[in-house]
Design a binder for this molecule. Structure first.
Ligand code: XMP
Length: 492
């Protein structure tokens, strides 16, 4: 082994080479592979970080055609509940609807509706038999919140349908009876599912949404390798996770291989494994059975790994190296971290990534966890590394669960922690829909400039030219003071 490798390159070191094109940006197809068996319509994943992805972000990402990975800096129960929230949020059919009993109070129902962001719930008896439905309409003029549901609900007979009703038949029933919810019941009158009119309107509103075979939004959850990681993975699978991300800072390790094998043995979900930054690392994860390989050691905007430990590999080279192992094996590559602009997504795909995982580019969205912060009239949102001191000593939720991402779960005294990330804030960027529009818009422009109609064509034909520091200066706006903010460009 030579002491020195070749020079590593990252996003700012390269440009995509323009090539003959016979397509328009709108002709480009951004469909791509997330894992061996899951596809996405846009190549974007929101990072498993506690200032980026909880249920609201995961819902927003899946609606746009990407996916969110729920972070794991919270208890197993809380994370499983987040998965549940996403799976119930929009569905062709809710298979396990939230219900209440006739003896619950209106205050109980209000709480349920607020928690799940729904407008009403079917009422069932203790055998699961549908006895009525209680919705906003029934409760609007009630002043006494202690009244039992049985006094207020719309009782049976309701408009219902049998399990297995077709989408068209269901829509026709909702339309002809002018109702918003259609409970599905079996021969014994037991509630088996629910179809809502909202799900039809949302399907029209979000035509690219990433959905499972039952029409529910797709979501992933992150787990580690230490402690009760296996229990966490099983709880997430039970709650309906479509993909489990075994996520540690150094994925080229024995603990990772064992965890991938355990999750694969137990669940039907695909397993994403990472992070690695070399061809050998990628090969090891493929051999362990990973359904996708996540690449990135230290490229993240909040990472200090490369400074604290002096370890890493510039991201474009790391993605390319990983793809050399992954492409022949048919295993997709995820470029995780380090992207600052939409053009970086195109560069990642050309280097060999199938999708990219974003932290800082999404942390400023309305749907990320946390409140808006106002500073001198400008709006910001918090963003922190999962290896930052704040995340590793996270007390708000009864202990840190992210320490083991950095192999420090055994460090009890927080003054002895070795942080590998920082805490800060990013400008508020508005809703995910607007941010994703700009990011994917930039990617489509890149596909037009390079004449690549599809992501596989980007892999094959996207050529990257290393540039100098002068080339990078020329790439950014220069010799001008920016006076108007652009929706897809911020100064450096
Ligand atoms: P961006 O650049 O999109 O990066 O903000 C997000 C990715 O960074 C990783 N990550 C960390 N890496 N220390 C690290 O070395 C940290 O504290 C940290 N927190 C997150 C992670 O892979 C994420 O997706």
């Amino acid at each position: 082994m030579a002491k020195f490798t070749e020079t590593g390159l990252t996003y700012d070191d390269v440009l995509l080479v323009p090539a003959y094109s016979d397509l328009q940006p709108g002709d480009a197809d951004t469909t791509t592979r997330l894992t061996r068996s899951l596809n996405l319509r846009i190549p974007l994943i929101s990072a498993a970080m506690d200032t980026v992805t909880e249920a609201r972000m995961a819902v927003a990402m899946a609606r746009q055609g990407g996916i969110g990975i729920l972070h794991r800096n919270l208890s197993i129960e809380e994370q499983a509940q987040q998965i549940d929230l996403v799976k119930r949020s929009e569905a062709g059919m809710v298979t396990n609807p939230v219900t209440c009993s006739p003896d619950d109070t209106l205050a109980d129902v209000e709480r349920l509706c607020a928690h799940y962001r729904i407008s009403g719930v079917p009422v069932t008896d203790d055998k699961g038999v549908l006895v009525g439905i209680v919705t906003n309409r029934d409760m609007r003029f009630e002043t006494d919140q202690s009244r039992p549901v049985r006094d207020v609900m719309t009782p049976m007979p309701l408009v219902t349908a049998p399990v297995g009703v077709s989408r068209d038949e269901a829509f026709e029933l909702l339309r002809s009876h002018k109702v918003e919810k259609l409970p599905l019941v079996d021969a014994g009158g037991r509630l088996r599912g629910l179809i809502t009119v909202k799900d039809f309107t949302k399907s029209e509103q979000y035509p690219l949404a990433t959905k499972d075979v039952n029409g529910r939004l797709v979501v992933g959850g992150a787990v580690g390798v230490a402690g009760d990681a296996e229990k966490r993975a099983m709880a997430l699978l039970e709650a309906g996770a479509d993909v489990i991300v075994v996520d540690i800072a150094h994925g080229h390790s024995q603990g990772m291989y064992e965890m991938v094998a355990k999750v694969k043995k137990n669940g039907a979900a695909d397993v994403i494994a990472g992070n690695i930054a070399t061809r050998a690392g990628a090969q090891a994860l493929i051999d362990a059975g990973a359904d996708a390989v996540k690449v990135g050691v230290g490229p993240g905007s909040i990472c200090t790994t490369r400074v604290v430990a002096g370890v890493g590999a510039p991201q474009v080279t790391a993605i390319y190296e990983a793809s050399l192992a992954c492409r022949p094996a048919g295993v997709p590559v995820i470029g995780d971290g380090g992207l600052q602009y939409s053009g970086d997504i195109a560069k990642a795909l050309a280097a060999g990534a199938d999708t990219v995982m974003l932290g800082s580019l999404l942390a400023g969205c309305e749907e990320s966890p946390g409140e808006l912060i106002f500073i001198n009239g400008k709006q910001y949102k918090s963003y922190r590394g999962m290896g930052s001191l704040g995340a590793m000593r996270n007390r708000e939720r009864g202990g840190s669960y992210s320490k083991d991402r950095y192999s420090q779960s055994d460090v009890a005294n927080e003054s002895l922690l070795i942080p590998e990330g920082i805490e800060g804030q990013v400008p508020y960027r508005g809703p995910v829909a607007a941010v994703a529009h700009q990011l994917i818009g930039g990617l489509r422009q890149a596909m037009w400039y390079t004449g690549c109609r599809t992501v596989p064509e980007m892999h094959e034909r996207g050529q990257l030219m290393p540039i100098t520091a002068a080339g990078l200066t020329e790439s950014h706006p220069h010799d001008i003071q920016m006076t108007v903010e652009a929706p897809n460009y911020h100064g450096r």
